[in-house]
Design a protein around this ligand. Structure first.
Ligand SMILES: Nc1ncnc2c1ncn2[C@@H]1O[C@H](COP(=O)(O)OP(=O)(O)OP(=O)(O)O)[C@@H](O)[C@H]1O
Ligand SMILES: [Mg+2]
Length: 275
């Protein structure tokens, strides 16, 4: 892992009317690093991603890209900087084949569309990702969920981004397809990209992320090195620990395991030393 920050957010806030979606959020990701972004529903994950994708302008705070303060006034500005986002719906055209989807809107043109060149480039891209796509001339509709995710990621790599943001890339995927997509995330890291992966799945986070950043009610609620943090601590940060029944249960169980004589106390300090 290199330590050069590709993106650095400081004190980013964003409100929608009376709703403070983000308050004073800091975030940093380096080249060759996978940062998992986690948090409960409504925690502000998508809003954060959309400020980086040029969909929402932050109300305050600063964004540095490769050490320079930038503003990201629109989706094209994000792409031009080198920020690629794969949204959860993937935005693929089911009836078109893989090549057409990869180059949709950015077709290679000579006197006419250069189909051969696009097909060659498609194979190159997919090979770079070690992707298992049987043919680039079959319609998206006949691909598996994991293969579709692969195509969407490959498409986002066309403009040679420095940062790639994946919104729930394994949601709704089976075990094998999830493994395939996680392998792909590792390829992205090997290729030196900075990766932000939104996920609800702790085993995915543990499998590929270097660090995990927790948002709670629109605020930072801890950033951890994955190798050093227990799942319980991540869950506690997501839920706010003691005001949540599930994490109180986790805390009680681990407290009992540590010392059978200590009853599960109702105080807030019981989750600090787990595992
Ligand atoms: N365009 C919008 N207009 C008004 N409120 C919004 C808008 N987008 C998000 N919000 C509000 O901002 C807060 C954060 O929402 P956001 O979608 O960022 O959460 P999230 O962490 O992505 O949640 P989820 O896991 O459910 O996708 C929520 O209270 C949401 O209702
Ligand atoms: Mg969301």
């Amino acid at each position: 892992m290199s330590s050069r920050p590709v993106i650095q957010l400081r004190g980013v806030s964003k409100s929608f009317g009376a709703v403070a979606a983000l308050t004073d959020v800091d975030l940093e990701v380096s080249a060759g690093e996978v940062l998992a972004l986690v948090g409960d529903n409504g925690a502000g994950k998508s809003t954060l991603v959309k400020t980086l994708a040029g969909v929402h302008a932050p109300d305050s705070g600063s964004i540095e890209f490769l050490g320079e303060e930038v503003s990201i006034p629109g989706p094209n500005a994000a792409l031009n900087l080198g920020i690629a986002t794969v949204f959860q719906d993937l935005a693929l055209c089911d009836n078109l084949d893989v090549v057409s989807n990869l180059f949709l809107g950015s077709e290679i043109r000579g006197s006419r569309l250069n189909e051969v060149e696009m097909e060659v480039r498609s194979w190159e891209l997919l090979r770079q990702l070690s992707a298992k796509i049987p043919s680039v001339r079959i319609p998206i509709a006949s691909l598996s969920g994991g293969q579709r995710q692969t195509v969407a990621i490959a498409r986002s790599l066309l403009r040679d981004p420095k940062l790639i943001i994946l919104d729930e890339p394994t949601a709704a995927l089976g075990v094998e397809q999830t493994a395939e997509v996680l392998n792909l995330v590792e390829r992205l890291r090997e290729n030196g990209l900075a990766v932000i992966m939104i996920s609800h799945n702790m085993s995915d986070v543990r499998a590929v992320a270097d660090r995990v950043s927790v948002l709670r009610l629109g605020r930072n609620n801890g950033t951890f090195t994955v190798a050093d943090v227990s799942q319980e601590d991540i869950v506690a940060a997501i839920t706010g620990a003691t005001d949540n029944a599930a994490s109180r249960r986790v805390a009680a169980v681990s407290t009992k395991a540590a010392s059978a004589t200590t009853p599960p106390a109702g105080t807030s300090s019981t989750t600090d030393e787990q595992e």
